[in-house]
Design a protein around this ligand. Structure first.
Ligand SMILES: [Zn+2]
Length: 137
């Protein structure tokens, strides 16, 4: 059984191509300067179509999360953490928090992106808890 695949199309393909090379790509508006995610044909803030791709820092904060203990199919290995990540650039995206016990995840913790294989051809962003939290760096 295969996992659910992301959307395809020109905008999604540009985003997926970024993931493949380890880049979390957001759209940046050339008119008002905001970053947006998910990819759209125009700026969700000012409606300009002057959009360019920009690589995000990959840093963010957990806004909310849930621990999935009963997966929707055998293609998903439970338990796993699904979280809303507020990126440093502004947009929020839904992803997984990995490489830690689910009990270690909490709202407000900082995270960093890494990229995980989703299928034969697709790599998607997931997040790990930032081990630098609480330090002065
Ligand atoms: Zn704009």
């Amino acid at each position: 059984m295969e996992r659910i695949q992301p959307a395809s199309g020109a905008l999604a393909d540009a985003y997926i191509a970024g993931c493949r090379v380890g880049e979390l790509r957001l759209q940046r508006c050339g008119h008002c300067g905001i970053h947006q995610f998910y990819p759209r044909i125009m700026c969700g803030s000012c409606l300009s179509d002057d959009l360019e791709w920009a690589a995000a820092s990959g840093r963010g904060e957990i806004l909310s999360f849930t621990v999935v203990r009963r997966p929707i199919s055998k293609a998903y290995e439970a338990p796993y953490v699904v979280a809303l990540i507020k990126l440093e650039e502004g947009p929020t995206l839904m992803s997984h928090v990995v490489d830690c016990a689910s009990e270690a995840v909490a709202v407000g913790l900082t995270v960093r992106v890494k990229f995980a294989r989703w299928s034969e051809s697709i790599t998607l962003p997931v997040f790990t808890l930032d081990s630098q939290r609480g330090s002065s760096s």
